[in-house]
Write a protein that binds this ligand. Structure first.
Ligand code: HEC
Length: 135
């Protein structure tokens, strides 16, 4: 979540308000810490970030993983794979939008992405007590 999905989703979200094509290159693009300003920057960074989320969805259904509170990731609950598929669908929509270099399509994709994140978070993350996550 924090290492792949969160930073990748922020690239797609940023493309809603700032045209990636106009993003200035970093002084040393090969060592850039901002993907949009890197050697694989601009719309390519949005494409790659969408693909990173699509691939990260596969990590969310790997058996044997635990949530931060020690509870097993609920891959056996019927709704978990549906939420994972929701992320995948939104990631693929984001990929197509990035390929089309069309910010209106990015707006739609970002909306789908937000819904995919919160559908799962509402059920499995937003808990007053950490101990109640992932149940
Ligand atoms: C299939 C379910 C699912 C989907 C889809 C999902 N998340 Fe998560 N996310 C979780 C769970 C569960 C946690 C808590 C994990 C833990 O505590 O170990 C979490 C934690 C996080 C965290 C860390 C916050 C914290 O309090 O620890 C971030 C950031 C995050 N998600 C971002 C996202 C974004 C952005 C998206 C959508 C692009 C997304 N997630 C999609 C289930 C999901």
């Amino acid at each position: 979540m924090r290492g792949i999905i969160y930073p990748a989703s922020n690239i797609v979200f940023a493309a809603q308000s700032d045209d990636p094509a106009k993003f200035p290159e970093a002084k040393d693009p090969a060592a850039a810490t901002d993907l949009l300003a890197s050697s694989y920057g601009k719309w390519t960074a949005v494409e790659n970030s969408a693909l990173a989320m699509d691939e990260a969805a596969n990590l969310l259904i790997l058996p044997g993983r635990k949530c931060s509170n020690g509870i097993a990731v609920p891959i056996g609950n019927p709704d978990w794979p549906k939420f994972v598929q929701g992320l995948r669908d939104a990631a693929i929509l984001s990929y197509a939008a990035a390929q089309s270099k069309n910010q209106d399509k990015i707006l739609e994709a970002a909306d789908a992405l937000t819904n995919a994140c919160s559908a799962c978070h509402d059920k499995y993350r937003e808990k007053p007590n950490l101990a109640d996550r992932c149940k």
